[in-house]
Design a protein around this ligand. Sequence first.
Ligand code: SF4
Ligand code: SF4
Length: 762
Amino acid sequence: MDHKIGVYIDTGYGIGEALDVEALCKLAKKEFKVAVCRAEPYWCDPEKLAIIRNDISTESLTAVVIAGPSRRVLEDKFTFEGAITERVNLREHVVWCQPPNHEDTQMLAEDYVRMGIIKASNYDDRAPFKEETVKSILVIGGGMTGMSAALGAAKAGYQVYLVEKEAELGGWARKFPKIFSGQPPYDQLAKPEIEGKIKEIKSHNRIKLFTSSRIYRIAGAPGMFEAIVRPDGPWIDDVNKRQNDWKREQAAKAARFAGDKDAGKGEEEEVGAWGVGEAEPLDFEHELLKVGAVVLAAGWRPDDPAQFESFGYGKYPDVITSVEMEELAAKGKITRPSNGAAVNSAAFIDCAEESVKNPFLYKSYVPSLVALKQARYLRESNPDGKAYLFYENMRTPGQYEKYYEGMQNDPGVFLSMGTVTGVSNTGSQLTVEVKDTLLGDQLKVKVDLVVLGTGMIPVTKDMAIVNLKYRQGPFLPENPYGFNDSHFICFPYETQRTGIYTAGCVRQPMDFKNAEIDGLGAALKAIQCAELVSEGKAVHPRAGDLSYPELFITRCTQCKRCTDECPFGMYDEKPDGTPLPNPTRCRRCGICMGSCPERIISFRDHSVAMIGNMIKGIHVPDEYEEKPRMVVFICENDAYPAVDMAGIKGHQYSPFVRFVPLRCLGNINLVWIADALSKGIDGVMLIGCVHGDDYQCHFVKGSELAQVRMSKISETLQRLVLEPERIEVHQLGIHEYDKLPKLINEFAEKISGFDPNPYKGF
Ligand code: SF4
Ligand code: SF4
């Protein structure tokens, strides 16, 4: 679409004093023939905004370019009816980080104005994706978390479907006699409050409850999911087997791809792409639900106690797990399983034998709290009883510290750090051996009962729960430990399947009070999702974005890169291998745009051509001016705010860099780099989010994918006969703005050590 553009340069914030604003206006008019260019301080002022609105109407503007503060601020002010807005950052990225009234500062500002106008001119006029959607919420799991989510969503006015596999609601909370009260002074236990919740759910007119039922299948996309609920039965074993076979096959494929040629050979049956082709007939009792979003609150199962055989589990009846201890306590007086006699002493072990692999894998603060709670069970059951707690780390976050203090002051409770090395049967009692305690090298304690702290495994790890009919498979993608969170630092509840939010112990181990709150949090996310998709908007982290990827499908070669690389499973697949988009699953990260070799995926405001044209718009001085040019692609999630912060802090760095913001570094397309280098740009840097298990890219793997794609750039550089060192890839956290000037300056220095790019002037 041809746009009629108005440019509005802000002379406030020191911009007017540091730049030749008149020259910027001249450039806009002369080079781009913009319809209007005005320079005034503070365009966010209501009177100034009225001028822009008037221009839109009288001059029939379709695009407005605001050159002033960062696009990260004042977004609501610079939104106009009937015209798109593009922002040029003259404040944080130019005048706050460069010397005023300097030729290089002016050239930097001119390039950013050029790039902003080019970007606006390349905007496509596409309507948002809108289809008929529903806003009802499906909650899977009727334990504390699920009940809380269901009630929260229903009270907020949404129709809720609650599916529980057991005959009764309540989950573990039904089985545990006491939980932490969560009330001041935080040193007491209380009965789980579930009866009231169960009653409320059963009588709520917006909650439809399915007990003894499971999810047979979820197909579709946010706002238009189709969930099939089926009474529980042996069918689930079949589904489980099929899904676990598929999961193993995928793992073996990945291992083979990584170089292990024999991985999975002979064991796996080829099951192919999941969810492609016709659905099987539903010739069984079921209910089909149309839902907008899903809360997955399926909970946890205890870790396999067989790993504690060396502690006598399975051999001595008086060695039990903490879950079995809850069952014992629920019966009333605590007695020894071996002979029914009262327990006078018990050891609570929240530490592992050295030989146990990954002893903390499924441990958390919860087993510490459980050991403290169960010591109280014993003390209440037998006031003369002695409780010994051995742990490697006592974790009592927040107000639970108060409970811990209370137990420390109980004379019948002995707490010690240490490693348990063995449990043996010595006549009528058990002997627990502990080393490296605070009191000495080796300790032997005789007790009536040994309670082993149990790790909490998310049930989704090996159970078919959501049963997705997605091309990418039936499971939610997991982190290496089986939890379904997609970004545990920034976006709790989010999974890699848009519209499905995890809550409670499928997300991370947590106690009942936190699970209750978690259920509400996930319900809110599900509601946000149902509402946003009904308006054609993206969900987190680009919440409200109305763009979505469009494919020029006639040029598709069915290479499946987009289908494979989309972290959120947006594309299903037609039998011929052509991608089948489900736009409401899309998070608008643009990774597929970067992955498509045919360059046929684009957004209305973000495309390969648009970014390519912006790069081509950069003015490259000839080699005799000794002003090198570097393009730095920055991810808008961490790197862009870090660059803003560097400006706010007044950090100065090379004026020869030109930042090009991307939705995610995974957008990177090699053609941009080839375009930049063949235009005479001397160096290209990419700055993306830090990736890895403990600090993930906002779009899961975009930053890593960019690194992989860059490893393939050597061919382009060879063709252009340029040094490979002209390209660098970096990771930068949002808080690492102080590192930015050094990073940029070192790169600039390295580039100035090379001869000027010989393609300058072409
Ligand atoms: S933009 Fe991102 S989420 Fe959307 S389809 Fe492409 S890769 Fe998937
Ligand atoms: S990456 Fe491009 S060419 Fe390949 S399947 Fe997807 S749309 Fe088609």
